[in-house]
Each structure stands twice: as C-alpha cells, then as structure tokens.
Design a binder for this molecule. Structure first.
Ligand code: ADP
Ligand code: MG
Length: 398
C-alpha cells in the first residue's frame, strides 16, 4: 500500500527524521491559512498524489507570498497530474501540502528497499539526488552506494557513518545524516514497510540535514497488525477496478488493452497475457479467482471484468487443480444469465471435471465460444475482438 508524502513525513518525524514544517489543505483558502500558520516568506505547495515525478509535472510550486500559495493550490485542485511515473491515466489532486520553503545547499538520494537476494533491508544512497535520479542511476551506476543491514544488529551508528562518509558530507552534517538514516531504517522495520525513499535528502544553507520528499510503501500482508498505517489508505489514488476487486477478495490488475482475462493463479495469468500478445491482442486486465472458487465467486469476477468499459471481449482461462471446471462453468453461465451480455465470451477449461464443465457451457444455450488449448483461446479472443463479432454469431464461428 502507498501513502502520501505528508503522511510519510508525519511517520518519519516520529522516528527522529527532520522535515520542514508543513500543513495539509483541501482548498485554496485552507492552503493560504496554512502558509500563514507556518510563517516565513517562502512556501512550497505540493500536490499529494500517489506518484513521484510531481516536480516536473507542475505538482510542486515554490511561492513567495500568500496570493501565490492560493493560486498554486487553486491550479492543482481537481487536476489530473500525469507524471513519468503515474502512467497515462494520471492521479487526481484532492489534497495539497503546504511546506516551509528551504534554501537547498545540496540534494542527495536515500532509499531503503528489500533486497531479495540477500533477504535483507538494503540502504541505497547517492550523493547526487533530486529530480534526475533515474538518469544518474542509468548513466553512472557506480556512484550508487549500497549497504545491506544485518537484521540481528540493525543499522548501527558505525554503518550509517560509513554511508555518510561515502556520500562526502561535511563533518558538521554527519550527525544529522546518521540520525536520518537510522530513523528511516527503524521506521521501515517497525512499520512493515517495503520501501522508504527520501529524494531529495538535503543539506540546507543553515546547515541542517532534512528530508524534503518522502515516499513509503507498506506490505499489504502485514497491514492487519498495523492499524495506524491501514488508516492512511487513500482509495481516491487507487485504481477503482482494483479496489472494488480487493473489497470482494479477488486480485485484479488493470491494464491498457481490450481483452478482459479471468484466470486462476498468477503464473497462468502471465501465460495468458503472453499468448494474447503473441496472437496480436492486448489484455485489458487480469482477474485471478484463486483456488476453490465457487460459482458465485466466478460470477462476481465476471461482473467485475465486464464493468470495465475498455473490455470488448472476455477470455476465461482456467486450469483446474483445486478448482472445479463445472463450478467455473456454472459461474460463467450464472453471470451471463443474470444480465444481458453484449460482449463475446471465450472459455478454455482444463483439469478437474473438464467434461462436466464443457457440458454445462454447451447445454446453456448461451453464445459462448470454447477452446481446448490456451493458444486457441487467445487466437479466438483476438480474432473475435478484431472482427467485432457480436455474441450470437460467435457460437456459430466456434
Ligand atoms: P517529486 O519527487 O514528486 O518531483 P519533490 O518533493 O521531490 O517531488 O519536489 C521536487 C523538487 O522540489 C525537489 O527536488 C526540491 O528541489 C524542491 N522542493 C521540494 N520541497 C521543497 C521545500 N520544502 N523547499 C524547497 N524546495 C523544495
Ligand atoms: Mg522527490
């Protein structure tokens, strides 16, 4: 789960990480009020959206008076911010954060990730941070500092110092940077995060080390024991289709094509998408019904996939081990009978009770195209999609 910058800063502050003073606003009036509350003569208005790259997309504005704060906030509210990280759909701005503007002396990069090969938390740092970090990582990979933390001892003062020295910070900034690094590590570990990123970590002209941006991601499977994190969830930033599916206990991944996929298991989902692409089509999504799916669950999955308006055909691909093909078939029939279906449906079943499943589909009298292999199913889906065939003619075509 992702959270907003202001929420990450609130959490990190409790772990001793220094951040500029700031306040949240839901309207331009409130933004001006916040600026007044914070005081000073320079503020930064920052769109709170679950994506990075806001600076380059107009989501971060430096302001010199309260009118500018009002205008910057007014401009951002309700706007769809499309950044190089957000995907073409972008994210809508409903909240802005007003922060004290600081004089930046140096920008650095500090990140914490789970390193799967060592099965440990790894610190990733770079002496050149800021908005160009992606290019730096690509063009000068040798300048990236990596340090793996031993969970038995945690991130020690000594290890943090070593990172700070490699970053080439002045002696007067060492303690501030060490406190930041260790604070972020403890927040990562104690809150079950999967990622903490401070970009930029800055040295200010008045010699303090501060986090100017903060991004945190959390392990969904640990949220049950982190109620305070769960409460930070902002559904307005999530893909509506994925949220709806998650609420019904289904895993859904939204994509950009037009063939909706109902499968069981992530591996089969990948294979199905590969086959669709190989046949010249594009998947619109995939929905994993998991193991032991009841007809009701399958029907729910079906309704979810067809509620996506990008979908112009639905491909059901089930390899039943724990699942039962007859239950899946019943679910498909139930879903098709409950509402008039205007989309072509292609079903490929294999495994447990496959004959019974096929029989249910055939006896239903519904215009369902069937296939015995995955390749055949994918080809049919793509051909039907491209030809724009309507349901009654499909059964004849198959
Ligand atoms: P993003 O990573 O989404 O582009 P950041 O929070 O990193 O957003 O902001 C982009 C840039 O704006 C930073 O690299 C920094 O140069 C500047 N900036 C952000 N917050 C402040 C602040 N409080 N004071 C001064 N400059 C800031
Ligand atoms: Mg940033």
């Amino acid at each position: 789960m992702d959270i907003h910058e202001y929420q990450a800063k609130d959490l990190l502050r409790d772990f001793g990480v220094k951040v500029p003073s700031g306040g949240l606003a839901y309207s331009p009036e409130q933004a001006t009020y916040r600026a007044h509350e914070i005081g000073g003569d320079k503020w930064v208005v920052k769109a709170q959206v679950h994506t990075g790259g806001r600076g380059k997309a107009g989501g971060v504005k430096v302001c010199g008076n309260e009118h500018e704060v009002f205008d910057a906030a007014d401009e951002m509210f309700g706007k769809k911010l499309v950044t190089h990280q957000s995907g073409p759909a972008g994210k809508i701005v409903y909240r802005v954060y007003i922060e004290s503007g600081v004089e930046i002396e140096r920008e650095l990069y500090l990140g914490f990730v789970l390193d799967r090969s060592s099965e440990r938390i790894m610190v990733v740092a770079s002496s050149s941070g800021g908005m160009e970090i992606e290019e730096i990582a690509q063009d000068q990979p040798d300048t990236i500092i990596r340090s793996v933390v031993d969970p038995a001892v945690g991130l020690t003062e000594f290890q943090a110092r070593e990172i700070v020295f490699k970053l080439g910070l002045d002696a007067s900034h060492v303690q501030g940077a060490v406190t930041t690094i260790r604070g972020c590590y403890r927040a990562f570990r104690d809150l079950d995060a999967t990622m903490v990123e401070i970009n930029p970590l800055v040295v200010t002209s008045d010699n303090s080390v501060m986090a100017l941006d903060a991004k945190m991601e959390f392990d969904d499977n640990a949220l049950f024991r982190r109620q305070q994190i769960m409460e930070l969830r902002d559904k307005s930033q999530e893909d509506l289709r994925e949220t709806k599916a998650a609420d019904q206990g289904l895993s859904y991944v939204g994509l950009d094509g037009n063939i909706g996929c109902i499968v069981n298991g992530a591996g089969l989902a990948m294979a199905t998408m590969d086959m669709i692409k190989l046949a010249g089509g594009e998947p619109a999504n995939f929905l994993d019904i998991g193991g032991g799916a009841s007809p009701e669950r399958v029907a729910k999955a079906f309704n979810l996939v067809r509620s996506d308006e990008n979908v112009s055909a639905i491909l059901v691909n089930i390899f039943a081990g724990i699942n039962r093909c007859d239950w899946v078939a019943e679910g498909v029939v139930q879903a098709l009978q409950s509402t008039a279906m205007d989309l072509p449906v292609i079903v490929r079943l294999a495994g447990t009770n496959v004959e019974k499943g096929m029989e249910i589909l055939e006896n239903s009298g519904l215009p369902i195209a069937t296939a015995t292999t995955l390749a055949e199913a994918a080809e049919k889906a793509v051909t039907i999609c491209k030809s724009g065939l309507t349901p009654p003619t499909i059964a004849a075509a198959s």
